[in-house]
Design a protein around this ligand. Structure first.
Ligand SMILES: *[C@@H]1O[C@H](CO)[C@@H](O)[C@H](O)[C@H]1NC(C)=O
Ligand SMILES: *[C@@H]1O[C@H](CO)[C@@H](O)[C@H](O)[C@H]1NC(C)=O
Ligand SMILES: *[C@@H]1O[C@H](CO)[C@@H](O)[C@H](O)[C@H]1NC(C)=O
Length: 503
């Protein structure tokens, strides 16, 4: 409890602050200016991406000691924000389950693409007697052995197309002096068929074998593994990957990576997996200025003509092809660049569709949002076009009587119910600020986020700068009513950049 003297002082302060206060409806100045702007949003850090590219090595061949026909492992993150790593996407994204389990073989997991018609030879093996080399390349998936009574190209292609999701290229070769192939594995074949999720060419024949696999007997030298007749076949046409659930394709494929604002960081993936990149975006966490990840750009890095990694860059602002102008530098060429925006179920969540004036105006409702006052209240929920009040852009909503005429709460709701997928999970993301009047007067500020009338989040008390807030996870019914309820002038709260994302 404040002492009586202090209480009087506070009360005097309250009265004088209130007397001097020009409410938002009269274009009053906020007690503390709102100093956010899209111009402060960082852009893509291409230097960090290029520097990490020089360090990453994610090229491989079938290991000489791995059994054939193993499941394709889940997509791996090989670098995150400039540090090399070796972690599954779900570990990095913090989600409880992989969306790309290797057991769901028959689904197109949205990687590079898949074959539609047939395969074409990319390169021949060397003649039978000569030592050759297998591909050491990116996006290695798994391998099998095929019957070696003949050079069995068809069996290899059939396995790739029918059994290995995302397989667009195979490398077929004999491996000699491999004790496991010769004596241990049941297939009794040394004709290896390696599946890849990207297309490689003969310049990448870099694995010459040379491992000792046979047991040492006495002082006899152990024969080393070697490779012959290494040929490559690639899908003759690639289809676009399926768009990840909860996203829209914005552009691509093109040869330009985004150089766009709202950059949140990047990851390298071991294959071109748009679902993995979406999962990383969903799990990216929150930027205090810009909020959650709303957009990603995935592209293949080709260095000196050789696929090297698959970059996934994340953004809190939605970009498009106009900023996809980074074509590479030096030996690096950007290929297969695609942009995907996270679907926001809220139409015009930034209130930018209200443009009834150039500078300052406000309204109770417009085509995308409806404000409703309490009984006997006036303008208890309203939408403003006024850049100094807004988070990003110029549109923003206000809860609490715009002219300060009453201290009743208002309700702000999208003009149409949200077209959610029935049974799917969503979160509401929003920025609030409650500091227009003063710290003392904003003390009682309170806004609830309601999902079909049930409270799922909100803000309360003085909030000095635009602050990100996320609701509990909610379940879609196919037709959901989102609303923001609160405000009690002079404890006003501004609401901006409302998003409802699938999780
Ligand atoms: C990454 O980790 C897996 C599992 O621990 C391991 O099998 C694999 O060899 C590692 N890869 C690299 C490139 O370190
Ligand atoms: C087929 O593979 C088996 C097991 O490695 C090997 O013993 C055999 O010699 C191979 N046959 C031919 C024709 O290469
Ligand atoms: C194979 O790689 C080389 C090396 O960069 C490149 O010059 C060539 O164009 C590639 N060939 C094909 C068919 O892609």
């Amino acid at each position: 409890m404040p002492s009586p003297a202090r209480f009087l002082a506070l009360a005097a302060l309250f009265v004088s602050a209130r007397a001097a206060l020009v409410p938002p409806g009269h274009q009053g100045s906020p007690n503390q200016p709102v100093d956010v702007s899209e111009a402060d949003a960082p852009t893509t850090d291409s230097n960090a991406i290029v520097q990490t590219l020089g360090q990453v090595d994610q090229k491989s061949s079938p290991p000489h000691d791995a059994p054939p026909s193993a499941d394709v492992p889940p997509t791996t993150v090989t670098a995150i924000d400039g540090s090399l790593t070796n972690a599954t996407v779900s570990t990095v994204a913090g989600s409880s389950s992989d969306t790309t389990p290797s057991t769901r073989k028959r689904r197109n997991l949205g990687r590079l693409g898949k074959r539609t018609s047939g395969f074409k030879k990319v390169f021949d093996g060397l003649p039978a007697g000569q030592h050759d080399a297998s591909i050491q390349g990116t996006a290695y998936l798994t391998y099998t052995v095929v019957p070696n009574s003949t050079y069995n190209v068809q069996a290899c292609l059939d396995w790739c197309t029918q059994r290995v999701d995302g397989c667009v290229f195979v490398n077929l070769f004999y491996e000699y002096n491999n004790y496991l192939l010769d004596f241990v594995f049941s297939e009794k074949s040394n004709l290896k068929c390696a599946a890849y999720g990207d297309v490689h060419n003969a310049t990448e024949k870099l694995n010459f074998g040379g491992q000792s696999s046979y047991p040492q007997v006495g002082s006899e030298p152990v024969p080393l593994t070697y490779i012959t007749q290494s040929s490559g076949y690639a899908a003759d046409s690639l289809v676009d990957p399926d768009t990840p659930d909860g996203y829209d394709l914005v552009f691509g494929p093109t040869g330009g990576a985004n150089n766009a604002p709202g950059y949140m960081g990047f990851a390298f993936l071991d294959k071109y997996d748009v679902n993995a990149c979406a999962q990383l975006c969903n799990g990216r966490g929150v930027d205090p200025l810009g909020g959650g990840c709303s957009y990603f750009n995935i592209w293949r890095a080709v260095v000196k003509g050789v696929p090297t990694t698959y970059s996934c860059a994340m953004y809190y602002l939605v970009a498009d092809e106009s900023t996809a102008v980074n074509y590479g530098q030096g030996d690096l060429v950007v290929t297969m660049s695609r942009g995907y925006a996270r679907k926001n179920l809220v139409i015009d969540g930034g209130f930018e569709g209200y443009t009834a004036c150039d500078d300052f105006c406000f309204t109770e409702s417009y085509s995308n949002w409806i404000g409703t006052s309490s009984k006997g209240g006036s303008l208890d929920a309203s939408i403003f076009h006024f850049q100094p009040y807004a988070h990003f852009g110029s549109g923003v909503a206000l809860l609490g009587a715009a002219f300060g005429d009453d201290s009743l709460s208002g309700t702000l709701t999208p003009a149409k119910p949200l077209a959610t997928d029935k049974g799917a999970n969503y979160v509401v993301q929003v920025f609030f600020i409650s500091s227009f009047s003063s710290q003392a007067l904003e003390g009682p500020a309170k806004v609830d986020i309601l999902w079909n009338g049930k409270r799922v989040g909100g803000t309360s008390g003085f909030v000095g700068s635009y602050t990100f807030s996320q609701s509990d996870t909610v379940v879609g019914t196919g037709k959901d009513v989102l609303s923001f309820v609160g405000g009690a002038a002079p404890a006003w709260t501004f609401v901006d950049d409302v998003k409802v994302f699938k999780v």
